[in-house]
Design a protein around this ligand. Structure first.
Ligand code: MRU
Length: 357
C-alpha cells in the first residue's frame, strides 16, 4: 500500500479571516489518501465530527470552537433581530456540543466560546464578535499544542524501558500538537530513547492501524500493528515495558473513558504486572462527575460492526453492539500524565491535588 507522507500534519486549520472557512484533514481516508473537508457552515462541521473525519478528544474541541466562528457568520446574514441571531448561535453551539457525547473537551471548548459571546452583551457587533471568537479558537488550538508538549515531557520522564503498547490514536491527528499518549512516545523517541511501538488496530474503525501506524511512519518510529485480541499474548511475551493510552473524559476519582478496548487492555496489563499509563490534558477532566458510571458512552451505528468499511461480515439478521468507548476504573491506572504533573496512586484526592487548582 502506498502511504502518503506529509511535512506537517494539519489536522484542523482555519483559512482566512473571520469570514474564512475551516479545513479538516479527512481521517476517514487515511492512510491511503490525504484529502481535506472544507467546512463553511456548522452542519458540515457536525457531520465531520460525527463521521470521525476529525476525531480525538482535543481535536474535536478545536474543530467545535472554529465551528462557532461559522455559526456567527451564518447569523450575520440572517435578517433578524440581535436576540434572534444570538438564539440561532446558541442553537448551533448546542448542535456542535452534542455531536459526540463522550469526550468532554468538545463541550468544554464550546462553553469557553459561549462565555465570550455572553460577555459581548445582548446587542453585540457580530463582526467584531466573530473576530474575537476566531482568536479564541486559535488560542484553544495553540494552548493544546503547549499542553501536549508538557505531557510529552512529563510522560517521557517516567516511561520505563521496553517496548510500548498503545491503543487507538492519540497523536497529532487527535490534538492541536504532538499528541497525548503518542506525544509521550514521540518525545521519548526524540530524546534518544529507543523502543518499538505496538499499536492495537482498534476495532471497529481501526484508528490504531490506519492513523497511529501512519503517524509513527511519518516520524520514522518503528511500529507493529496487532489485532486487539492479540494484546494478551503480546503482554505475556515480556517485551512490553508499559501500555499508554489517551482519554476522552476523566472523572473526579480518576475513572477514565477512552476508546473501546481500553478497559480490557488495563485488565490485561494488571494481570501481567505491566504499568498502565493514561496521558491527557486537564481539559479532559470532568470534575462535575464523581465516577466513571456517570460518563455518557457513545453508541455508534451497528453497521460499523456488521459491515466494516462496507464489507458485509455477518449474516444479515445478526445485530451489532457498538459502544465507542469504555471506562477504565482508576485502580487499574498506574498514573495519569497531565500537563500539570503526574497523578500517581489515582484517587479523588490525588486527582484534586493536581487538577483543581
Ligand atoms: O472515536 P475516537 O477516534 O474519537 O476516539 C479517540 C480516543 O479514544 C482517544 O484515545 C482520545 O480521544 C484521546 S485523543 C488525544
Amino acid at each position: 500500500m502506498n502511504t502518503p507522507l506529509l511535512n506537517e500534519i494539519n489536522t484542523v486549520c482555519w483559512r482566512g479571516n473571520s469570514d474564512g472557512h475551516l479545513e479538516i484533514l479527512d481521517q476517514t481516508q487515511l492512510p491511503t489518501q490525504i484529502t481535506h473537508v472544507v467546512c463553511k457552515d456548522v452542519p458540515t462541521v457536525v457531520e465531520a465530527i460525527q463521521s470521525l473525519r476529525v476525531r480525538g478528544a482535543p481535536a474535536i474541541g478545536i474543530a467545535g470552537a472554529y465551528g462557532m466562528v461559522l455559526a456567527i457568520h451564518q447569523a450575520i446574514h440572517l435578517e433578524e433581530s440581535s436576540e434572534k441571531k444570538i438564539a440561532y448561535i446558541q442553537q448551533r453551539a448546542e448542535d456542535l456540543a452534542t455531536s459526540r457525547p463522550t469526550a468532554v473537551n468538545l463541550r468544554w471548548a464550546i462553553q469557553r466560546i459561549e462565555s465570550l459571546i455572553l460577555n459581548a452583551g445582548k446587542n453585540p457587533d457580530f463582526l467584531e464578535l466573530s473576530k474575537a471568537v476566531l482568536d479564541e479558537a486559535k488560542c484553544i488550538q495553540k494552548e493544546d499544542q503547549r499542553l501536549c508538549e508538557k505531557i510529552g515531557e512529563y510522560g517521557a520522564s517516567i516511561l520505563p524501558d521496553g517496548d510500548i503498547l498503545t491503543h487507538c490514536n492519540t497523536g497529532a491527528l487527535a490534538t492541536g500538537g504532538i499528541g497525548t499518549a503518542l506525544g509521550v512516545i514521540v518525545t521519548a523517541w526524540e530524546q534518544g530513547r529507543r523502543f518499538h511501538v505496538f499499536a492495537d488496530e482498534t476495532r471497529p474503525l481501526l484508528q490504531g492501524a490506519r492513523l497511529t501506524a501512519w503517524e509513527l511512519t511519518q516520524r520514522k518510529i518503528p511500529v507493529t500493528v496487532l489485532a486487539d485480541a492479540a494484546a494478551a499474548h503480546l503482554l505475556k511475551t515480556g517485551l512490553i515495558g508499559c501500555c499508554i493510552v489517551g482519554a476522552d473524559r476523566i472523572t473526579a476519582n480518576g475513572d477514565t473513558a477512552n476508546k473501546i478496548g481500553t478497559y480490557g487492555l488495563a485488565l490485561l496489563a494488571k494481570a501481567h504486572n505491566i504499568p498502565f499509563f493514561v496521558a491527557a490534558p486537564s481539559t479532559t477532566f470532568d470534575l462535575t462527575l464523581q465516577t466513571g458510571d456517570e460518563i455518557p458512552i457513545e453508541e455508534r451505528d451497528e453497521n460499523e460492526i456488521l459491515q466494516p468499511f462496507g464489507f458485509q461480515s455477518t449474516p444479515a439478521t445478526a445485530r451489532g453492539f457498538n459502544p465507542a468507548f469504555d471506562v477504565t476504573p482508576a485502580d487499574l491506572i498506574t498514573a495519569i500524565i497531565t500537563e500539570r504533573g503526574i497523578i500517581k496512586n489515582v484517587t479523588i484526592d490525588t486527582v484534586a491535588a493536581v487538577i483543581s487548582n
